[in-house]
Ligand binder design. Structure first.
Ligand code: C3B
Length: 820
């Protein structure tokens, strides 16, 4: 049967037979009675059969090529639904659509049956998924290593406007059709216990870890299918299982250990994804997840290395390990431990390998997201690793002493160990010290990493800090999710733009072409209609597609400032009711966002937006000009409907807080105009599209820092701006919560008495003024069409293919290995 590259004919009869076989033998259904879900599963399995074959072939081919590989370690891969996207990568979308039609089925209906694998929280996990897609598309040898969570990110619903969380059993009871169990790759992982000294055969003093208990790591592979080529790489997800019931009698102190570890069930380690985005909670089980992930992954990398016949000395030459944020940092002492205690290398030899293997990506400057673990916890769970961390730090401190003799303040600041009532291990410092490359994720962010986060490290290790600007895959985020626009692009620039996004620059010359503008806007209108239909069917709200569709979709976080958007909506509401001459183009404000379950203010913001939505959507005084829609359970598959339908993209974080953003890129590629601050990748998007084609507002990073240093007083803005005051004061009334005044007051309180830590009030006036400009510009549809087309045309820099080439050339030293 055919794979990709269309080198062979698709054997429709064989494919149909494979689907029917799976329907009967795998899912125990009959052709006559099977429901849509069973058919989707059977089609998924039949396709996975093809990709699994290619995966095994690619593994062998890469192993024999002796090329360097990258191992992408991430606690999160927010991959989204695979079936539709994989069909596109395999070049089989049309063929399979035809085949299932002959079985009396509709492919789109089948694809809707797939549950999103939501194995990530937000930007960081989605970036990892785009990167894996780009590695495969460009045939850079790669393995993605993650965790096989039984429950992904919680499912969100609203009860009386409030977020309610439910578990996300993404695999259903039947299992996920694309995953394949690899029992031969099992790993055993130790935990707790003690470290022993002993003398080896050569009379040397050695250390070894004697874990108190072991758990089992089971590998599940998902296929990462290269677009229009024959390479398929594994996304290897580890599931934790406890081997036979714990044998407590093995422990010397049965009772003591029983009391301490009794509740620990190994099966729980990969039970659920921690639902925090940009926030470190410091829970022991999370450290256990991190170690379990790293131990299985490092062991598997070594297994592959040795199986290919290589020597340990060549490890760094052949394997790069990329740490996606600090979450997998414990992989560093784990590799050191194996090299020292199992491979019997001396410290310098082990360190030489480690420090040429690992590279680290920093994704945030937010202090609450920078991970630290207590020394006590690490010493208990991973005693040998703690010893190794101390030794790394000891040697590093001598280096600091050499550079800044006698300067204890710098030592205190740079040390991997933070002194205090309880000593803490700073994972970011461990990363910077132990890796050969550290990168930020957008130009501005990388500058701030150098200037504010790691200035002394930058001095000490010149050349170690890099920038790699994030990107998004044009396969999922245009070709798959926006077929109308894709057809239009292909017509003008040829059909290889999904793998050579530079080609879309060819659209620039059509920006003033009236006929093209009309067709481009007609596609936008269809996409708005698709979203409007979803909203009508699922939420019962009727929308007018002539309105401006203004969308903010991302995790709920104060720094992302959904509440700035809300206060602006309140100001429009106030003006529509109180200013008889106020005119605005009809506008729908969409939100999609999950709040971490423990983040009270974020949940209050969701509640407030929902309450405001209830009121404005039904208030006849507004003449239908203002609608607010909070899409429940925002996830990748809904993003695929939302991005193509946007006119305006909200990227309004406080300057200096959003490391990059990637939703901003998806919107612009799909022809939305950005309203945004000079933050993250917005800065580089502005460089690409030009100031006229983006709406920039707000304080700059340095202005933010200055204002905070001088002492920021939100009341100053409150008293000086009557519209702002009226808008905020609405939150104290019962306007949106009839009979219950004060239900929304927490937000106002945070912005006034709470000191407004993210400067919502300081940026409000400029934000509101910029929205007025958007309103005026939208009314000139030709002008708007021109700008939208230019946004699509000028986004090629933000393909994740370019990001991956940057990593490959500047950090990983990786060459494509093409399987012809
Ligand atoms: C995010 C950042 O908040 C985004 O600005 C960035 O675009 C993405 O990472 C990808 O680089 N991020 C996240 O989702 N979770 C974290 N813990 C830290 C950063």
């Amino acid at each position: 049967m055919t794979t990709r590259g269309q080198t062979q004919q698709f054997d429709k009869a064989a494919f149909k037979a494979a689907v029917q076989k799976h329907l009967v033998t795998t899912y125990a259904q009959t052709v006559e009675t099977a429901d849509t879900r069973s058919w989707y599963l059977a089609v998924g399995r039949a396709l996975a059969e093809i990709s699994t074959g290619s995966l095994l072939e690619t593994e062998k081919f890469v192993a024999e090529s002796n090329a360097r590989s990258v191992n992408y370690l991430s606690l999160e891969f927010l991959i989204g639904r695979l079936t539709g996207n994989n069909l596109i990568s395999m070049g089989l979308y049309e063929d399979v659509s035809g085949a299932v039609e002959e079985l009396g089925l509709n492919l789109s209906d089948l694809l809707e049956e797939e549950r999103d694998p939501a194995l990530g929280n937000g930007g960081l996990g989605r970036l990892a998924a785009c990167f894996m897609d780009s590695l495969a598309a460009q045939e850079y040898p790669a393995v993605g290593y993650g965790l096989h969570y039984e429950y992904g990110l919680f499912r969100q619903s609203f009860e009386n406007g409030r977020q309610v969380e439910a578990p996300d059993a993404w695999r259903g009871i039947e299992g996920y059709p694309w995953e394949v169990l690899r029992p031969e790759l099992n790993q055993t992982v130790g935990l707790y216990g003690r470290v022993e000294s002993y003398i080896n055969e050569d009379g040397e003093n050695c250390r070894r870890w004697v874990p108190a208990l072991n758990v089992e790591g089971v590998a599940w592979d998902l296929p990462l299918i290269g677009y229009d080529n024959k390479s398929v790489y594994p996304l290897r997800l580890w599931e934790c299982r406890s081997p036979a019931p714990f044998n407590l009698a093995r422990f010397n102190d049965g009772d003591y250990v029983g009391a301490q570890y009794g509740q620990l069930e190994a099966g729980n380690v990969t039970k659920v994804l921690y639902p925090n985005d940009n926030h470190d909670q410091g829970k022991a089980l999370r450290l256990m997840q991190q170690y379990f992930h790293c131990a299985c992954s490092v062991a598997d990398i070594l297994r592959r290395h040795f199986a290919a016949g290589h020597k340990i000395e060549d490890f760094a030459k052949l394997e790069a390990i990329q740490l996606n944020d600090t979450h997998p940092t414990i992989a560093i002492p784990e590799l050191m431990r194996i090299l020292l205690d199992e491979q019997n290398l001396d410290w310098d030899a082990a360190w030489a390998i480690c420090s040429k293997t690992f590279a680290y990506t920093n994704h945030t400057l937010l202090p609450e997201a920078l991970e630290t673990w207590s020394e006590a916890l690490i010493s208990e769970m991973l005693p040998r690793h703690m010893e190794i961390i101390f030794e790394i730090n000891h040697r590093f401190m001598s280096l600091v002493e050499k550079k800044w003799p006698g300067n204890n303040e710098i030592k205190r600041k740079l040390s991997i160990i933070e002194e205090g009532p309880q000593r803490m291990v700073r994972m970011a410092n461990l990363c910077v010290v132990s890796t050969y490359a550290v990168n930020g994720v957008a130009a501005l962010h990388s500058e701030l990493v150098k200037r504010d986060l790691f200035p002394e490290f930058h001095e000490l290790f010149p050349g170690r800090l890099h920038n790699v600007t994030n990107g998004v895959t044009p396969r999922r985020w245009v070709k798959y999710c926006n077929p109308g626009l894709s057809a239009l692009i292909s017509e003008k620039v040829g059909d290889d733009w999904p793998k050579k996004l530079e080609k879309i620059a060819g659209l620039e010359k059509f920006a003033d072409d009236k006929a093209f503008q009309k067709r481009y806007m007609a596609v936008k209108k269809e996409n708005k209609q698709r979203l409007a239909n979803w909203v009508e069917e699922n939420m019962g709200i009727e929308l007018d597609t002539d309105a401006i569709f203004d969308i903010q979709i991302k995790r709920l976080h104060e720094y992302k400032r959904q509440h700035l958007n809300l206060v602006h909506i309140l100001s429009l509401y106030h003006r529509l009711i109180n200013e008889p001459t106020f005119d605005m183009h009809p506008r729908v404000f969409f939100f999609g966002a999950k709040a971490a379950p423990g983040y009270a203010l974020a949940k209050d913001i969701i509640f407030a937006i929902n309450k405001v939505a209830e009121k404005v959507n039904n208030d006849p005084r507004l003449g239908g000009k203002l609608k607010v829609v909070f899409i429940p359970d925002y996830r990748v598959s809904l993003a695929e409907i939302l991005f193509p339908a946007a006119d305006v993209s909200e990227q309004i974080s406080t300057a200096g807080k959003e490391a990059s953003g990637t939703g901003n890129m998806k919107f612009a590629l799909n022809g939305a105009l950005t309203i945004g601050t000079m933050d993250g990748a917005n800065v580089e998007m502005r460089e690409e599209v030009g100031d006229e084609n983006i709406f920039i507002f707000g304080l700059l990073v340095d202005e933010v820092q200055k204002l905070l240093e001088e002492g920021y007083d939100p009341y100053r803005y409150y008293h000086a701006d009557s519209l702002l005051r009226a808008s905020l004061d609405l939150l104290e009334t019962d306007e949106f919560t009839p009979g219950k005044p004060g239900q929304l007051a927490a937000i106002r309180h945070n912005l006034l008495e709470g000191g407004d830590p993210y400067l919502v009030l300081a940026d409000f006036a400029d934000y509101a003024k910029t929205h007025e400009k958007i309103d005026a510009e939208y009314r000139d549809q030709e002008n708007w069409a021109r700008k939208a087309i230019l946004n699509t045309a000028l986004m090629s820099k933000f393909s994740s293919d370019r990001s991956i080439r940057d990593y490959a050339n500047n950090i990983w030293n990786l060459k494509p290995v093409s399987k012809k």
